[in-house]
Design a binder for this molecule. Structure first.
Ligand SMILES: [Zn+2]
Length: 513
């Protein structure tokens, strides 16, 4: 049986997300103040039908003590509703029964009779917006004067298609997309019960792909579990999981913010090479920029519909500090404008490339040259100018003034930062202690390491993000890290490596170049 059915919540406390709805409904049930008609609206796969069935179960449960709101799940009524065989709970799919005759036969006639066994006769009408006008009119008649034992639960993804007369008879609850954390919790619980493990990246991909629709997330997970592997890793799920472009999108965003044309064009080429639809790419960019805009206005803004993991949010927050609200709005406008042209463009990625170049053209003129990394034409910033903003935290709008790093500051804080990081990742710090600070280029700290496997390890996306996070936090400036390979050493030096390092080399399976 599909996960979505196996793990369908059997009590309100198991529902994922929708806390405000669960709270109101359970309180109404406990106080015996439920309404005669409810309208559950919201996107698909977020728990509307589940909540309707739970409401039906709680109302008809034979064992529910007064004041309680959860169904017992063991009485005959609870079991019958769970298995869809209760004669007092009628589920109708309005998408396949749109006509007035259906309403007359299945609803009006049935509603006249008292419930066969239970306390209430409950009608759950799914996709109710599909009903014909005459069917709605017939439904309205009985909703205007409902028999006391009747409860209607109407569910819809398109509430605006429902006549005002019907709406006004219902208590309305709007179901939102399931927030990232709730989705994560639910999926982890299921995996635990299924005795499977999952890589963080894979879990993150499932959650982001399903965009708040729990049903989609569970069907994606179903597919992955069907491979039979005990551990779901990036490798063994890559065939089933649609390609995910989060890292490339992030690097494209970074290119826009820092006006790095070359890196930006590279990122667009990568997306195009991985067959990402350019309209989807634009939408993804806009979603990320939108988060940055919210983060700039107020990081605490409620953003239940933004499905980004904490790590991505952290990266975006740090990028947001390098751009002003006004610039971000202009940038989003530009993307929206270019996105419209993608379908009619001979080369789909051209519009994004043009957007990037146009933006950099316009934006580098107003950006202080010091924040442009890798910009050969920009003169190197004056050393004293570079530090002047570091301690200017007293200005309330300091985030709009682009703060710049200096070598002195980085060197001064280096040891303390590594100490803080060491608890999180001793192996990274071990390598960083052997790295040399080469230069500060804008907001990029350039370090050299002697071994290519050290460089690879530090430049792995997750390591790089972690290092950047710790440095950004400590230096109060969004910091980027670039690790380069030091000039080749004389071969004999390899023989004089400290023993500790020799050990590490063999432990990591690397070789000394
Ligand atoms: Zn029961």
């Amino acid at each position: 049986m599909a996960l979505y059915h196996t793990y369908r919540p059997q009590c309100f406390s198991d529902m994922s997300g929708q806390d405000h709805i669960v709270q109101t409904l359970t309180s109404q049930i406990g106080r015996k103040q439920t309404a005669h008609a409810y309208l559950f609206s919201g996107p698909r796969g977020v728990g509307k039908t589940t909540a309707a069935r739970l409401l039906a179960k709680a109302l008809n449960c034979e064992n529910r003590p007064g004041g309680a709101s959860e169904p017992c799940n063991t009485c005959a009524s609870c079991k019958d509703i769970r298995h869809g065989r209760s004669i007092d709970v009628v589920e109708i799919d309005a998408a396949s029964h749109t006509g007035v005759d259906m309403v007359r036969q299945n609803i009006i006639e049935t509603a006249q009779f008292k419930p066969a066994r239970d306390a209430y006769k409950i009608f759950i009408i799914d996709e109710v917006h599909m009903l014909s006008t005459s069917a709605f009119n017939a439904l309205l008649k009985i909703m205007e004067e409902p028999p006391t034992h009747v409860v209607f639960v109407l569910a819809t993804t398109e509430a605006y298609k429902i006549p005002e007369t019907v709406l006004s008879r219902c208590q309305r609850f709007h179901f939102s997309k399931i927030p990232y954390v709730d989705m994560e919790k639910t999926l982890k619980n299921i995996l635990k019960k299924e005795n499977r493990t999952i890589d963080k990246d894979v879990l993150n991909t499932i959650i982001q792909k399903s965009e708040g629709c729990l049903r989609d997330a569970l069907s994606l997970l179903d597919q992955l579990l069907s491979t039979g592997d005990q551990a779901l890793t990036k490798e063994n799920t890559s065939l089933f999981l649609p390609a995910f472009h989060d890292e490339t999108i992030q690097s494209l965003i970074c290119s826009f913010v820092t006006c790095d044309r070359k890196a930006g064009l590279d990122a667009i080429a990568t997306l195009s090479g991985e067959d990402m639809d350019m309209v989807d790419a634009s939408d993804s960019l806009l979603a990320h920029f939108r988060y940055m805009l919210m983060a700039l206005i107020d990081p605490k803004l409620k953003q239940a519909d933004i499905h980004l993991d904490d790590h991505t949010k952290m990266v975006l927050q740090s990028l947001a500090e390098q751009i002003t609200q006004k610039e971000l709005v202009q940038l989003m406008d530009l993307i929206i404008r270019r996105k419209k042209e993608i379908r009619s463009s001979p080369t789909p990625q051209l519009q994004l490339e043009l957007a990037l170049v146009e933006w950099c053209e316009h934006h580098s003129a107003i950006l202080p040259s010091t924040v442009l990394p890798q910009n050969e034409t920009a003169p190197l910033p004056h050393p004293t100018k570079m530090t002047q903003n570091i301690s200017s935290d007293d200005t309330p709008h300091s985030r709009t003034e682009k703060k710049i790093l200096s070598r002195d500051v980085v060197e001064g804080e280096w040891g303390a930062i590594l100490d803080t990081m060491e608890k999180m990742s001793p192996s990274l710090v071990f390598i960083l202690k052997m790295a040399h600070l080469k230069e500060i280029d804008g907001n990029t700290i350039v370090c050299t390491v002697e071994y290519s496997f050290h460089k690879d390890k530090l430049m792995e996306t997750s390591s790089k993000k972690m290092i950047e996070h710790f440095f950004s936090e400590a230096l109060h400036v969004p910091v980027l890290i670039n690790i380069q390979l030091a000039e080749q050493k004389q071969p004999e030096e390899n023989n004089t490596l400290p023993q500790e390092l020799q050990g590490l080399v063999s432990a990591l399976g690397g070789e000394i170049l």
